[in-house]
Design a protein around this ligand. Sequence first.
Ligand SMILES: Nc1nc2c(ncn2[C@@H]2O[C@H](COP(=O)(O)OP(=O)(O)OP(=O)(O)O)[C@@H](O)[C@H]2O)c(=O)[nH]1
Length: 320
Amino acid sequence: MHTKLLSTVVNTVNMGIIVVDTNAKILLWNQWITNHTGISEHDVIGCDLTTAFNEPVSPALIKAINNTLSYGLPTVLSNALHKSPLPLYSQLNNKNEHTLMLQSITVSYLAYQNNKTACMIQVIDASTSLKREKMLRSHSESLKREAITDSLTGIYNRRFFDDHFKLSIHNAIRHKQCMSVFLIDIDYFKQYNDNYGHLLGDKTLKAVALALKQQLARASDMIARYGGEEFVMIFPNFCYEQSVHFTERLIKAVYDLAIPHDLAPPHYRVTISIGTCSGLPSQNEDILDLADAALYEAKQQGRNRSVCKNLDETSTLCQN
Ligand SMILES: Nc1nc2c(ncn2[C@@H]2O[C@H](COP(=O)(O)OP(=O)(O)OP(=O)(O)O)[C@@H](O)[C@H]2O)c(=O)[nH]1
């Protein structure tokens, strides 16, 4: 009665069980293994494990069995290193396509009646847990990405900028390298929204963000949405003279989008103003505050222009 119950359990359990003797001859082969090989227990009892399957068994598993039998200790085959030690198929129909099952295998030492010893191979289908793990990893990566991305424009958001800015200042001071900060603001954007509506305003914000982003050439350069219709760029190892030339490119890139703006004289199209500050920073706020002051000056001077400040010489250059 008890033996029958045990046999039912062994053949119902949702895992593969193979037991081999000290000569690697098969003593037990449960229904799960049959389901995933198409080979019945009856055909393999007494056969050598290496010949029971019609395909090769991984040498790592043979080694694990030998080790377990020699030292009486269990062995776990990591499924990161050994994906499919046994020729098992999740769905036998797929056998022709050779989609082997991903497996987690544990080899255990068995000591039973009259000092007999054997080795039990337990197999779990790791495909589902690996798939779940992969899904969770990709979900957590996309959550991380979302947390630092501005949902409207797809560029980095203010949160990312705040962290990145601190790190950039730290690196610039540490390596004694100049850096540049650019604050970029769309001109007369309130009037644009009032005249064309919020939806078109959003579309224009996206177009401007993309045009600005396309000007970035180095992986180390960063653009983020600073707030509303304002953007910020941080360029490490980028000095005053370079930033002066670069602002010209930014202004032209947005001007060339040729987005009509009937309430923005004298060009009557969407333009930007830029305030920049470059040099070797000393304190976090200095460089950003100076870029902000430069942006204010650019607005005061008529917009569609940049004002560039040099932190090292505290000189200012205005361009239009
Ligand atoms: N469509 C849209 N508008 C936004 C968004 N965020 C901020 N704005 C608008 O941007 C406008 C900014 O207006 P202001 O700060 O007065 O600046 P401005 O009209 O561009 O004037 P200047 O900067 O002086 O040229 C406001 O009308 C905000 O509602 C957004 O996500 N979408």
